[in-house]
Design a binder for this molecule. Structure first.
Ligand code: HAS
Ligand code: CU1
Length: 564
């Protein structure tokens, strides 16, 4: 293990030295780069859509502004950002983490490539359906809004491709485990495997929705669809989806950030405990998106509320552990006062600043999550701009800004090319943060003032209340423009590094060392099979009765609607 970049730390035993099997000799990261490039491309297109929407919500007269264009654009933005950018980025990151932390090649890399192409074909089909104007169903694709079959089939292929990724990840881990029985799992691998497990549990719900309900209905094989059943299956998937986005970010917070900050991970076991709690409690909470849906027993809504409050806990643990790790970094650099360690942190390093700003933002976004999860308060904010504020601070910043920072750290390590336009990479996270404060926080405010989400008609046909929102929406529009500038800087750094930087020696991919010596053997938090079985039991308990009730009751389906 080479010396830390600060040079301040003595080397210690880490999880990272591959124990058995030669490390892949300078691996070629083509599969990772292919996944990351699709992610970056989706992000670029999604960002262009977003600026138009932010301006449109502020009621500015734009060329081509119409309801049809607006909903097409919101759908493209949501799908490309929330589903495509994240999934491809996470797949790429997952492969890198396993290769680097286990020190071996991927098992079935060929399957990794097949999965990549399947997911890409699915993305292309869904995107084409959206751009054709036949599938403006937004990223949650709630029926009875009906999309073109290519949209649902494309979404299904994206999920099937991601399952291939899961197989490669699990097989690679199992091969390593066979060679290293009884050894602790390297922490970043532990977090990525938790992500895989959550994803597999989650996608059962959406696969059932799309394959059993939506595809046959969109093909005309069934006349009607049951919207509440479809929404329930969607949110079985939709909430753990948010932790599929968040956990890879946490992997970076725990395993990369402390090292880049020049410190140590404060507690390795606490990090593992957090990942295990996510495996257990990510999925049995989905009804907190359906508090206001009819047909779901109130007692089950309460049960999902309780498990939602449990799932706040691992994020509190994460806040504690990661902030403590940063304090360790500051103190190793000589800080002695209460807060001067903050000034010792590398605020001009793009990975560090991205993650630190993502964390600050997440403190607000996470607080909003706790508000959403409370039944009575949810009734105030549900379907208002508050919710879009919440998710721009969480997935749009906690996850996405972490991923952008991670790209700056990763790309030179994968390609051997030095980061191009370094100044832009340094400014970009701050711009994103500023844009999100204007956009995300303001949306929380207008949400409480009653402004609905997802509405094109921003004057609200002259409603008096709407006049009070307009000064705020002007701020969020400015935020949207700042975010767009930030997004373009990110794209410029990525493309510039890729195309116009000369290859040299790639820095090593190294992860943070824990503060206390690491236990050598496999502890209880590494019993992933056991935690998965318990998680399956919790999902079954949480959904068996509510879904059974929906299937048992006589219900009336709805025909499809295509407003545009
Ligand atoms: Fe959420 C709606 C509840 C987290 C994403 N959420 C959404 C939607 C999305 C989303 C996309 O209960 C909209 C769906 C739609 O379109 O309808 N959410 C929660 C709760 C949490 C939560 C309880 N959400 C997330 C994350 C997301 C995400 C993470 C994406 C990545 N959410 C809800 C509910 C709704 C909802 C309801 C439905 C609303 C409705 O009615 O429609 C929790 O997991 C949050 C826990 C987080 C914390 C914060 C911990 C803070 C940390 C950093 C601290 C650092 C500091 C400073 C202080 C408790 C870890 C660092 C210092 C330095 C020096 C740097
Ligand atoms: Cu949720």
């Amino acid at each position: 293990m080479s010396a830390d970049r600060s040079g301040a730390l003595p080397t210690a035993r880490t999880t990272l030295e591959p124990r058995v099997g030669a490390p892949a000799a300078s691996p070629s990261y083509r599969l990772e780069l292919a996944n990351l490039s699709v992610a970056v491309a989706a992000f670029g297109v999604g960002a262009a859509m977003a600026v138009m929407q932010a301006l449109s919500r502020a009621n500015l007269a734009l060329p081509l502004r119409s309801p049809g264009v607006y909903y097409l654009s919101v759908t493209a933005h949501g799908v490309l950002m929330a589903l495509v950018f994240t999934t491809f980025f996470i797949m790429g990151l997952g492969y890198v983490v396993l290769r680097a932390a286990l020190g071996r090649d991927l098992v079935s890399e060929r399957l990794g490539w097949i999965s990549f192409w399947v997911a890409l074909a699915g993305t292309a089909a869904a995107t084409a359906a959206i751009l054709s104007g036949t599938s403006s169903v937004l990223y949650t694709f709630y029926p009875p809004l009906q999309a073109h079959p290519a949209f649902y089939i494309g979404a299904a292929l994206l999920v099937v491709g991601s399952w291939g990724w899961c197989v490669v990840m699990v097989r690679t881990y199992r091969h390593w485990r066979r060679d290293n029985p009884g050894t602790a799992i390297p922490l970043p691998v532990h977090g990525m495997l938790a992500t895989v497990i959550i994803w597999l549990l989650a996608t059962v719900g959406v696969a059932a929705e799309v394959v059993l309900l939506l595809i046959p209905w969109s093909l005309g094989l069934r006349e009607t669809v049951d919207p509440v059943l479809a929404r329930t299956l969607f949110w079985w998937f939709g909430h753990p989806l948010v932790y599929f986005w968040l956990l890879p970010a946490y992997v970076v917070w725990y395993s990369v950030l402390p090292r880049v900050a020049g410190g140590r991970l404060f507690s390795d076991p606490l990090a593992r405990l957090a990942f295990v709690l996510f495996i257990l409690f990510s999925t049995p909470v989905g009804l907190h998106h359906q508090f206001l849906d009819p047909g779901i027993p109130a007692g089950w809504k309460l049960a999902h509320t309780v498990s939602t409050y449990v799932i706040l806990f691992p994020s509190f643990l994460t806040a504690f552990t990661v902030i403590a790790s940063l304090e360790v970094a500051g103190r190793l650099k000589g800080a002695a006062g209460w807060f001067d360690w903050i000034t010792k942190l590398p605020w001009s390093d793009p990975l560090y600043s991205s993650v630190a700003l993502a964390m600050l933002t997440f403190a607000v976004g996470g607080f909003g999550g706790a508000v959403n999860a409370a039944y009575a308060m949810n009734a105030m904010v549900h379907n208002t701009a508050w919710v879009q504020g919440h998710f721009h601070l969480t997935v749009g910043t906690a996850a996405a800004l972490t991923f952008m920072g991670t790209s700056y750290w990763l790309l030179p390590r994968l390609t051997g090319k030095e980061l191009r336009f370094k100044g832009a990479a340094q400014v970009q996270p701050y711009l994103w943060f500023a844009g999100m404060v204007m956009f995300g926080v303001v949306n929380h405010v207008t949400g409480i003032m009653g402004m609905p989400r997802r509405l094109y008609e921003a004057s609200y046909v002259g409603a008096e209340a709407a006049a009070r929102w307009s000064e705020w929406t002007a701020i969020s529009a400015v935020g949207g423009v700042v975010l767009f500038v930030s997004a373009m800087l990110y794209i410029a750094v990525m493309v510039g590094t890729w195309l116009w930087s000369k290859p040299g020696a790639a820095p090593a991919i190294e992860f943070a060392e824990p503060l206390s010596p690491l236990r050598e053997d496999r502890g209880v938090w590494d019993r992933l099979g056991l935690w998965t079985i318990l998680a399956i039991a919790l999902v079954a308990i949480a959904y068996f009765y509510p879904i059974g009730q929906l299937l048992r009751t006589e219900r009336f389906g709805s025909p499809g609607f295509r407003p545009f």
